[in-house]
Design a protein around this ligand. Sequence first.
Ligand code: AMP
Length: 221
Amino acid sequence: MIIIMLGAPGTGKGTVASILSQELEIPQVSTGDIFRKNIKEKTELGIIADKYISKGNLVPDEITIDIVKNRLNDDDVKNGIILDGFPRTVAQAEALDKILEEKGKKVDIVLNLETPEDEIIERIVNRRVCSNQDCKAVYNLILNPPKVEGICDKCGSKLIQRQDDNVETVKLRFENYIKQTSPLVEYYKNNGVLQTETVSKSINKLGKDVAEEVVEILKRK
Ligand code: AMP
């Protein structure tokens, strides 16, 4: 099963993807995580990606498509994958369709998460992530705080704030989402695979609630 997580930054794509990954037993692949790992390790890819990410811009399509194309050849994604943060442009979506077609596969469901804009900023500036690359648990200081301040409940590692999770960069990331990524809503609607879900405290629905709902829907299919 090929699942795509779509949505503006801070809508909870990573949280939903991580629950779906555990419940459905398919790997979650986040292009953002791949870039962050490379930035931390100061690889050639990391040095290039950092120039874009630190400014709130997207990493160029050629680079990002290549990473996903290679990852899709790995054995662990033979039975399915949850793409978290890819595609983010129409060119990436078209490239993905082509790569999957060559493998006799197709996108099964695109989960489009929507959150009111004022909540997005609040969610992002309060987001903390586990510094352990193998854990990557995500917290929110208001909605989902860790039991001990600054420490991951799951693995005990230090919690950190992502460098691009500041008000200034978030605004640019949101603008870029509207310009470059939001046309994908129409793209996947036309393909008949789009499922839109609202994630908002105003309706008492957080990422974990959406994930539980979607797991039920997918298990019934
Ligand atoms: P994320 O962790 O998904 O929020 O991604 C963090 C940053 O990595 C984004 O703001 C982009 O700069 C970059 N990035 C992640 N995925 C992509 C993608 N599919 N295309 C281009 N840039 C990406």
